[in-house]
Design a protein. Sequence first.
Length: 184
Amino acid sequence: MKLVIVDLDGTLFDTKDVNYHAYKEAIAPYGYDMNYKYYCEFCNGRHYLDFLPQITTNDKNILTAMHKAKKIAYRNHLDKAVLNNGLVDIIRLMKSEYKTAVVTTASRENCYDILNQFDLLNHFDLVLTHDDITEAKPNPEGFLKAMHYFGVKPEDTIIFEDSDVGLEAAERSGAYYYRTYRFN
């Protein structure tokens, strides 16, 4: 058996604008704003606790509330997502010989929202999100968990990633990996 794993944000989808607008909407009631250029350079693709405290507050309860609001607002901006059609074609072609998985640091809620929006959930045999792992990328835990789930060795696994931390996690997993096209 073989396995292909894809990351969600920046790999399968360009969700930069979706996330930006969802965060902007979520932090506004607390009196905060976010600059688009700043978000793209310093926040996109990172866990909310890695960037929200720098631009909002260190209060854990408020940060948790903001993140919850962001997950809800995410649905309002799915029309801003851009699908990586080339990667979807690759997954469709590989599906006859490979098990398929999404491994993402996104929340389960947002991951399923976007996969359902684009009718792609049936393309994947397994979906692992931030809610399913304890160590975020660059730790390879998510990739290793997917391999373990299917009983597939790293040398029989191909990972598609876009970010430096994702690629580091892929390398540390022992699998073959490819950097995908970065959306502009």
